[in-house]
Ligand binder design. Sequence first.
Ligand SMILES: Nc1ncnc2c1ncn2[C@@H]1O[C@H](COP(=O)(O)OP(=O)(O)O)[C@@H](O)[C@H]1O
Ligand SMILES: [Mg+2]
Length: 351
Amino acid sequence: MPAASIEFQNVRKLYGEVAAVNGVSFTIAARSLVTLLGPSGCGKTTILRMIAGLELPTSGTIRIGEADVTRIPAAERDVSMVFQSYALFPHMSVLDNVSYGLTVSGQTRAQAHEKARSALATVGLTGLDQRLPSELSGGQQQRVAVARALVLEPAVLLFDEPLSNLDARLRRQMREEIRDLQQRLGLTVVYVTHDQSEALAVSDRIIVMDKAVIAQEGAPRELYAQPKDSFVAGFMGEANRVRGTLRRNGATDGTIALGPLSIALPHRGIADGEIDVAIRPEAIDLVAAEASPLAGTVRKAAYLGNTMEYTVDTAIGPLFVIHGRVDRPLAVGASVGVALAPHGVIAIPPG
Ligand SMILES: Nc1ncnc2c1ncn2[C@@H]1O[C@H](COP(=O)(O)OP(=O)(O)O)[C@@H](O)[C@H]1O
Ligand SMILES: [Mg+2]
């Protein structure tokens, strides 16, 4: 399959006065899976539709592989899209749904059916050829939609929130299958989601969008551990926002005072003084009251089966805590000491 890279150069898309995409540049390597992540309305679908050629940019340049496709219509682009709603033809069998694109482009029915059967096998759907979409589960319909896109052997495969109609367990299974398929077939995939755990789980790289522009782009681990502002810190997972005082003591080393606690952290080039600090809930340990200088009082406690979630009032503000010790839960009102693991404490550059 001729997987291709994708490049956006300063792409804008205006709808009347509204900029749906406002000067976006990125490069997506061939055979990689890149996620566009961001809240509803930030421009994700518009970017996908411009890659597909379903919308033309107001300005800027789009390349697929070596070719400038900025003004090339959708039918000539070699891009397939899997829609959030699946968009299956309700009156057509599974086999006809998947072979439709091939027969439209002039292949014989026999050829089209053979390729469609092979695509259905690739997504783990054999033996359901003659069913109608209404006779399938949500997960099976999702697989048909993927097979229908795959059968065209596109240079680029696009997914727009493909799992949002599935329940949590199936979402996890399908996202693993999509990632597995992408790696097995060496596909270039652009994947849209507003779910950060989905993005972290499947992506080679993530492009975080906010209000029509890119907030930050990077590898999953980089975005989670080194968010460049509080929007990305908050969007890439839960984060407690507190104020701290930074003191630089070397080319990269710094010390952050958080109330009575002092933590050694990279200063990330931020100037000395008061700064915003993000604390991941899993970086907080609740210890005996006398074991830490930062005292806390448990205000809320929830049992989630594999973890406990607490809200703890402290001198640096209320902290949301995810704790692994479910066997000895803390009661509301308990006095605790609050300790921090440095790996989940992040100095946020001033915005
Ligand atoms: N066809 C359209 N006409 C007018 N405005 C649109 C159209 N499509 C999208 N928009 C606007 O552009 C912005 C981005 O939309 P969209 O790309 O669908 O966001 P997302 O997929 O991230 O939720 C939103 O403000 C939306 O209302
Ligand atoms: Mg959308």
